[in-house]
Design a protein around this ligand. Structure first.
Ligand code: SF4
Ligand SMILES: [Zn+2]
Ligand SMILES: [Zn+2]
Length: 302
């Protein structure tokens, strides 16, 4: 099949857009989507110090490469990378190695923050002790670790590799839980005590971040976390993927609906005044933050 924009062979058929694209036009299309999101959601400002949450997986590596190539000639924008070592044996060591390699190639300061140092336990140990899915602990602890480390490094933005699939899963998951209020609050980027988060890949489907990484020959691993298939998110992911095959464009439609809904809901759902957690001092809606509550459940003494 030929590319719809030139005479080269196509490497992808985007069912949701109806386009066949060659290597060059596919790469441009992904980069265009990233530029569009950055501009539309005003993600990057003059003088920003952007901390990238870099796991060494495909999404975060693609994110760093694209944003770095777009802004590397801007002397006022600085980049740093933060990798979180959750302590997932047999998996995280490998992606951390890739993350180090990527930062070395791009000459970016690389900081590694571990759960063991921060909370006294690895995620493997938490999985053994906890009653909940390891992803519940992991997500909450990673958010805090990234925010804390980004603040310590003086970052003004925290860029995460969440792609279209991740965002669509989050929206659907919270809708199914009946927690629209939490969702709107989660999506709001400006909260006191929290480094504003940006997600420049939010319009790029996961399959396309993988293909982009292959097309650009980026040094990434396609291994998956051993806990990835035992969460509610995994069920939602599979369901959405089936929907996307049968009804191309479903993930984009979900995000479009959510964007429209958020405009109205933001007026109804007022921002909450964040307080300081009485145990760790991090921002929280109640007296004690979610991290400290979970640490209590698993019996960590940090
Ligand atoms: S799949 Fe779950 S345990 Fe694994 S890195 Fe993701 S959130 Fe953490
Ligand atoms: Zn082409
Ligand atoms: Zn706390």
């Amino acid at each position: 099949m030929k590319c719809d924009k030139c005479f080269h062979g196509a490497i992808i058929h985007q069912k949701y857009s109806g386009m066949h694209l060659c290597k060059r036009h596919f790469e441009r299309d992904v980069e265009r989507k990233v530029k569009y999101s950055i501009r539309r959601y005003k993600m990057i400002d003059q003088g920003d110090i952007i901390a990238f949450a870099l796991s060494g997986g495909k999404d975060s590596t693609v994110l760093l490469h694209i944003v770095h190539s777009l802004f590397k000639d801007r002397p006022d924008i600085r980049f740093i990378a933060i990798s979180v070592d959750e302590g997932i044996s047999g998996y995280r060591e490998k992606t951390l190695k890739t993350a180090k390699q990527v930062c070395k190639e791009l000459n970016i300061l690389h900081e590694i923050a571990s759960f063991e140092d921060q909370f006294g336990l690895t995620i493997d140990q938490m999985a053994d002790r906890g009653e909940r899915s390891p992803c519940t602990y992991c997500g909450v602890f990673r958010r805090l670790t990234l925010n804390r480390t980004a603040k310590e490094l003086g970052a003004t933005k925290l860029a995460t590799g969440h792609c279209l699939d991740d965002e669509a899963q989050t929206v659907l998951m919270n809708l199914l839980r009946g927690d629209i209020e939490r969702l709107v609050r989660l999506m709001s980027t400006k909260k006191p005590g929290l480094v504003p988060r940006i997600k420049p890949l939010r319009n790029v489907p996961e399959k396309e971040t993988a293909l982009y990484a292959l097309s650009k020959e980026l040094p990434i691993l396609f291994e998956e976390c051993p806990y990835a298939n035992i969460s509610l998110r995994a069920e939602i992911r599979d369901m959405l993927n089936v929907f996307e095959v049968n009804h191309p464009g479903t993930k984009y439609s979900l995000m479009k609906s959510f964007d429209i809904l958020t405009k109205y809901l933001k007026k109804e759902i007022k921002g909450v005044d964040l307080r300081r957690c009485s145990i760790c001092g991090e921002p929280t809606m109640g007296d004690i933050c979610q991290t400290c509550k979970l640490l209590k459940i698993i019996g960590s003494h940090r």
